[in-house]
Design a protein around this ligand. Sequence first.
Ligand code: FAD
Ligand code: NAI
Length: 514
Amino acid sequence: VKKRSWGVLKWTWRLTYLSVLGGLGYTAYGIWQNRNPVEQQEPDPTKKTLVVLGTGWGSVSLLKNLDTENYNVVVISPRNYFLFTPLLPSCTTGTIEHRSIMEPIRNFLRHKKASVKYYEAEATKIDYEKKIVYISGDSDIKGTISQNEVPFDMLVVGVGAENATFGIPGVREHGCFLKEVGDAQKIRKRIMDCCETATFKDQSPDEVKRLLHMVVVGGGPTGVEFAGELQDFFEEDLKKWIPEIQNSFHVTLVEALPSVLPMFSKSLIDYTEKTFKEETIEIRTKTMVKNVTETYIEAEYTDANGQKQIEKIPYGLLVWATGNAIRPIVKDLINQIPAQKDSRRGLAVNEYLVVKGTENIWAVGDCAVANYAPTAQVAGQEGAFLARLFNQMAKTEEIELKLKDLSEEQGKAPNKEARDQVFEEIKDLQKRLRRVKQMGPFEYSHQGSLAYIGSEKAVADISWLTGNLASGGQLTYLFWRSAYLSMCFSTRNRVLVFMDWIKSYIFGRDVSRE
Ligand code: FAD
Ligand code: NAI
């Protein structure tokens, strides 16, 4: 028995050794292949031109899954990288460095089978009738030409949304948003500015209190995750290195509705509110901000007697996270299409994501209105669906062309035997065509919602076959981390994010200002 156990152990060891070696070899080959892209097919002028606007969740998911050899693909976006937004709140405090969640679009496009043109530019106007996109170069360095026109046969609009301010005065001038890398960098710098200015020689106590009051407006997931990250930064780093601020630093979350995280289940809302209380983050629900000045916000709330009151809340840092608004280019396109006259929140699309009232324009993500929440999950699935649709369309066209050729061949066939042979081929192709054409409409599959709430706790509403599973706490936080790590765009991103987590765990976050 002893001999046999030893044999089993030896074989287990050998197999483990071989699989580790195989895994390492496979990873090394993947990295080598990534660094050494092969020649790409040149664009074919006989193919249709597919123009894709944006390099966010929707557009990149489309490009990832698209067989680019079927079209002349042109990508236009002012951002030459994909941004993994779910981890953006962690960049505001330096838990994660922003470059760890960015993936250069050039590297990614260079690995497609057929080459893809990329223009770093903003699409300023889409002329639906003329089938032209007008573009304007976005770089600080200007060449002799910085504006141009790009004609299209097919267009995918994936330009996302901009920050909603509801026209509230002062928000754009004095608040910080949290949508792009630049926003996270600005917030990170401002947190340190507030701390350093508060400790300036002879700063008055009232001014210290104001400067160290961090106000977050909007109790959706962006506001909640940022508030949690900021409180962590204070507890784990700031108060150690700048002990003078420890009695004045204070985070307040202001929300117009009766609760935060309205899209989560009631138990998780209660859990979040309880956790915030323990973390000493103040939540002000049923409080709507109406005006913003350089040093305070004016918010309306209802007092104990049911009277509406306006309160001035001084702040040092104001982060504005009140959701999405429609981009001007999308508004302009809506105005060109009569069937879109009732669209208020974005481009109304049908079940195949075709912009209603058009035949050759599709929309994905936050700029499309398809009765789903504006999330990365929806945008990603929409992009992948469109890629499948376009791949199928190309296949259909190819089969239809072959069928046309075969019918001609059949007419010219010299004898019955040859005619029958072509007939069999036609039958096979027709069967294939029917299969290809069978693609159903887009159906969103909700995998669940996740949000970090600070002090190494997260909340999750996960969809199961049997229903919904709501969970909150530290185990959910581990799940949150592993889920987002696995969802990162590339192995490179995964490694960088993992190293950032280890780095901030061991050495703490960097509190230098730049
Ligand atoms: P985006 O990803 O915003 O991409 C839009 C693209 O269009 C960008 O590349 C932009 O540069 C480009 N663009 C803009 N204007 C133009 C123009 N005029 N011409 C050409 N290109 C243009 N969702 C989740 O499901 N889970 C999460 O955990 C999550 N966390 C989030 C955290 C934060 C901080 C934020 C802000 C959002 C989060 N979201 C999350 C929401 C998610 O990021 C969005 O729903 C998603 O990014 C939408 O994808 P999109 O492709 O429509 O737009
Ligand atoms: P949101 O639209 O989800 O929430 C904005 C909140 O701001 C609302 O609750 C609204 O009542 C409040 N608000 C609006 N005006 C206000 C005012 N004047 N004063 C006070 N409060 C006001 O916006 P958010 O959080 O930016 O998210 C945008 C989208 O991105 C959502 O679809 C969200 O689900 C998604 N997202 C998902 C995340 C996740 O799953 N972890 C993380 C971040 C965003």
